[in-house]
Design a binder for this molecule. Structure first.
Ligand code: PLP
Ligand code: SF4
Length: 356
């Protein structure tokens, strides 16, 4: 990749934002533990003199990252791996790590034990492809990493080509932050995206300021290449922990034809505790969003519990109590209403196939 466009030295960074001596030292110390890399493009979105700029907070190392709270593998991915680059937690679908490179190393990344650290999932790529060819359950593959769009075009083309030959696998998702932080990195993959479509793109985007003309152009290019586009957002303290900021982000995405899919509670990742938002705040934000924006703008708010136990949907509980068949619920404005829950008994497993 064109290294000049991806900054990983303090000198180039200080050309974009003002850094005092203390910050320079901090960045040096922290990046020895967790590497830093910022695309020049993303750096240009930062407010030069503002250390609390929400773009800067996501990209520039701070001493808080050396905190000891959290765990290195919060999702327990090592416990559910089938090969070193493929893991499954749910029936029918699994995550395929195709690279450990990203255009930017987000300061709260839940795979920071792997990204930019010399881990090479590429070495087990053939093993994973062979597994996917012969296993019998997987129908959906999620390409992740790292960022799949950081692969060389021929490599991505190769992986997609092999997956598309497996008839059982009907759905291929690509998780990427490239359209947001390094939109010029998309162009070289357009042919592969088009040839192997429809691909589901799940774009990681966290702040309305990340909706730039360049991002809008990338979304348009993806759509023209036949992709279906959804988004995921990480709830981050001081970055986007505000119902107005998130409403703005999700509305802008829907205007561009991108469906907000997940809002993730931050995993319990080592050295990112300073980005955590309390659950009750997250739930309150979701409740405000439901009042103020279209249902199209509402993602699933979810949390991955530590230890590989999977995603848990988080919601305000609108049911207050039950009395016989009456269920007492509160609406979004705190008013109470009732519903008569008097349906005849029924079961979902009447078809006899599933037993739930
Ligand atoms: C999140 C995740 C998925 C995808 O879950 P969806 O709810 O289908 O988006 C699949 N596998 C693993 C291991 C995951 O963490
Ligand atoms: S783009 Fe994704 S995988 Fe890469 S550093 Fe950011 S959060 Fe982690």
């Amino acid at each position: 990749m064109d290294e000049g466009r991806l900054i990983s030295d303090i000198e180039s960074l200080s050309g974009l934002i003002s850094l005092d001596g203390k910050s320079v030292k901090e960045i040096g110390r922290v990046s020895a533990v967790y590497p830093f890399r910022v695309p020049r493009f993303y750096g240009s979105l930062m407010e030069r003199g503002n250390p609390s700029c929400p773009i800067r907070l996501q990209a520039v190392p701070t001493a808080a990252e050396l905190g000891r709270r959290g765990v290195t593998d919060p999702l327990g991915e090592s416990l559910i791996s089938v090969t070193p680059s493929f893991f499954t937690r749910y029936p029918g679908r699994g995550v395929f790590l195709v690279t450990a490179e990203c255009a930017m190393y987000c300061r709260f990344c839940n795979r920071r034990r792997l990204v930019g650290k010399g881990f090479r999932p590429e070495t087990s790529r053939e093993e994973t492809l062979a597994y996917l060819e012969q296993c019998d359950g997987i129908r959906e593959v999620i390409l992740s990493g790292g960022d799949p769009l950081m692969l060389q075009p021929a490599e991505l083309e190769y992986v997609l080509g092999r997956l598309r030959k497996i008839e059982r696998i009907g759905v291929v998702r690509v998780s990427s932050r490239v359209p947001v932080v390094f939109p010029e990195g998309l162009e070289r993959h357009r042919q592969a995206i088009k040839r192997h479509g429809p691909l589901w793109f799940i774009i990681h985007i966290n702040h309305p300021r990340e909706v730039t003309p360049e991002f809008t152009g990338a979304v348009r290019a993806l759509r023209e290449a036949g992709a279906v586009i959804i988004s995921q957002t990480v709830l981050l303290r001081r970055v986007n922990d505000c119902c107005h900021i998130l409403a703005r982000l999700f509305e802008k995405l829907v205007e561009l034809g991108v469906k907000p899919y997940y809002l993730f509670q931050l995993d319990d990742v080592l050295g990112a505790t300073h980005f955590k938002v309390r659950l009750e705040t997250g739930i309150a934000i979701m409740r405000s969003l439901r009042k103020s924006v279209s249902g199209l703008c509402i993602p699933h708010y979810a949390l991955d519990i530590t230890g590989g136990l999977g995603k848990i949907p988080l919601e305000n509980d609108y049911i207050r109590r039950r009395k016989g068949q009456r269920v007492f619920m509160e609406n979004l404005y705190g008013e109470e209403g009732t519903y008569r829950d008097d349906g005849e008994e029924s079961r979902c497993n009447d078809c006899g196939i599933c037993r739930v």
